[in-house]
Design a protein around this ligand. Structure first.
Ligand code: IMP
Ligand code: MG
Length: 176
């Protein structure tokens, strides 16, 4: 029988919840008096989006982009594939692009370019995690939950070959 790698906790659910409060306060302040169109990058950002969305105090609409960068591996494909499109008209909107993790930066760069081409008023970016050591294109997010070292992580929406998204905490995986 093949061994399932065991998750080892890096960030507890409580620590994540506390950090999200601060992040949401900053975002609420920034967008005061405006409306947000939050564009979530599926699948990985689904949990982060759901938690962040419920802490926002400015009116927020939701749309989703589906982008896939990893097959069943832990190494990103250089060109992420956009496989789902936006339903909203972005003209005049304040778009907040939300992703689970900024790694090489390819996904966010491509998503940002796609959004900008649809002529919103403004575009800002927010990621739950940042692995700055692995960046290949200099992309910086406007808001970052946690900066982490360059190791593969799972949980809180992030997967390894489709698994572990349901963990309420962030973990690294080690083979048992
Ligand atoms: P990038 O295009 O290299 O910046 O990678 C971003 C995407 O790769 C994220 O949206 C994640 O879906 C995925 N990803 C990058 N690092 C990890 C990781 O450590 N665990 C799980 N998914 C990751
Ligand atoms: Mg992703």
């Amino acid at each position: 029988m093949s061994k399932v790698p065991q998750p080892v906790e890096l960030l507890s659910a409580q620590r994540i919840a506390e950090r999200l409060q601060t992040l949401a306060q900053q975002i609420n302040r920034f967008y005061q008096g405006k409306e947000i169109l939050l564009v979530s990058i599926l699948d990985g950002a689904i949990i982060f989006t759901a938690d962040l969305l419920r802490l926002l105090k400015v009116p927020t609409q939701l749309d989703c982009l589906r982008i896939s960068s990893y097959g069943n591996s832990t190494t990103p494909e250089t060109t992420p594939q956009i496989t789902g499109s936006l339903k909203s008209d972005l003209k005049g909107k304040h778009v907040l692009l939300v992703d689970d993790i900024l790694d090489t930066g390819n996904t966010m760069k491509q998503a940002t370019e796609k959004v900008i081409a649809l002529h919103p008023d403004t575009v800002r970016t927010c990621v739950f995690l940042d692995k700055p050591d692995n960046r290949t294109n200099g992309f910086e997010a406007d808001w970052v939950g946690f900066s982490i070292p360059n190791e593969f992580v799972v949980g809180y929406g992030l997967d390894y070959a489709g698994r572990y998204r349901e963990l309420p905490y962030l973990a690294k995986i080690k083979s048992s």
